[in-house]
Design a binder for this molecule. Structure first.
Ligand code: SF4
Ligand code: SF4
Length: 85
């Protein structure tokens, strides 16, 4: 079960790839899709591996990505609440 959740602000991304390179769990990959500036933003390819360490957020020079820790007990108890945060 995932212990972290990644949020990506696609339009801020300049596709430097730091988040992909520095993620210790290989959660991310650059997408084949473009944002409006013509860059390929990252997307989550292995959500179950994310620890919520937020290294991706710390390395991103454009504040385009961040991660939060998820409480597994809470998300299991009421998965419908996940979208409310
Ligand atoms: S929070 Fe950590 S494990 Fe999750 S995607 Fe970011 S760098 Fe990878
Ligand atoms: S580190 Fe930031 S700007 Fe670079 S690819 Fe990742 S989200 Fe995009």
């Amino acid at each position: 079960m995932a212990k972290g959740r990644v949020s990506i602000v696609v339009e801020r991304c300049k596709a430097c790839g730091f988040c992909v390179e520095f993620c210790p769990s290989h959660v991310l990959a650059l997408s084949s899709a473009f944002n409006s500036k013509g860059y390929h933003p990252p997307h989550v390819v292995h959500p179950e591996k994310c620890s919520g360490c937020d290294l991706c957020g710390m390395y991103c020079p454009d504040f385009a990505i961040c991660a939060t820790k998820v409480d597994p007990a809470k998300s299991k108890a009421d998965p419908a609440k996940e979208g409310d945060k």
